[in-house]
Design a protein around this ligand. Sequence first.
Ligand code: KG4
Ligand code: ZN
Length: 359
Amino acid sequence: SRKTTILGIETSCDDTGCAIVNGYGNILGECLYSQNALHVRYGGVNPVHAWELHRDNIDLAVKNALKSAKIGVSEIDALAVTVKPGLLLSLTIGVKYAKFLAKKYDKILIPIHHMEAHALVARMYYDIPFPYLTLLISGGHCFLAVVKDVDSFLLLGQTLDNAPGEVMDKAARRMKLKNIFEYSAVSGGRAIELAAKNATNPAMFQFPIPLLKNRDCNFSFSGLKDSLVRKVLKKESEHGLRGDEVIPEIYDLCASFQASIARHLAHRLERAITFCEMKKLLHFDTKNIIISGGVACNDYIYSCLERVGNKFGFNLYRPPHKVCTDNGVMVAWNGIEKVKKGDTIPLLSISNIDPTASF
Ligand code: KG4
Ligand code: ZN
């Protein structure tokens, strides 16, 4: 029933998240320990460091989520935990903890796929029927898929090299953006978005258009990253900069770079829409697209994608910003969706991760 409550645990990357959600889509309680701070996130996630932080935070994250919901584990109907994909060390912390809770309180444990959770959580906020098109853009992934049902996904395309958030994080580091946003604990992607707002000539730098001749729905971001690195090097030597100095064209460069990422995503989304129409994969009157993952927080990128969607009569949706990035809410909600659908849920049957783990 809608009164069903599920506690979700997410530890697939570097954020330790826990949330309690009910069948109405209400968040009863939540807690998130985010390691997104510039100094940590710049240049990517360190798996061992992430594992240590999960290990130190998981118990508190779950306890604080329960506390804010004013509820005990015994009153929860089921547990849900991300089992893949992600960093194995990180995943293991969440899975072990969830198994421990499930055993102790005799609860059902629902295994969750991280990307499916990203793709479904917008349904907690908007009434979006299946099937719909989804574009998942984060620090670890780039997926275009048709969501046919709670447990049925058709993958249309993915990145052939880096993920867009990863490339933005690396670019932010190379541009030394932390020297501009010294005190703000923001991700590299967010730092680029903020810097781009100060641009006076956002078209100053030319970037290539990746996979221009590919007729599929795949992505490639490494060329954009390489192009950015070359531009920074060139400007640094032109200005004779050393060490920690930031190039004076930083704002325009961020804007041009961000636009090149948005343009590539927009091209591929357009391609996916055309493909779906051709193959009649989205046969409903309501044509919907859900954008999610950390990069979906970027308002500039989102508005570019919205323009593409609108051109073809599609509505675009994204979850609230804090639910676009990794969190426990989407895991709990995915559990709710699975329970609602009435799937036979495998009890403690997380077979493909750390099968040797015990408590
Ligand atoms: O979904 P997420 O929290 O974790 C992964 O699964 O990777 O996404 C984090 C990524 C980071 O790479 C970060 O730079 C990017 O999302 N990100 C952004 C913005 N906010 C976060 N990228 C562009 N613009 C933003 N405003
Ligand atoms: Zn994610």
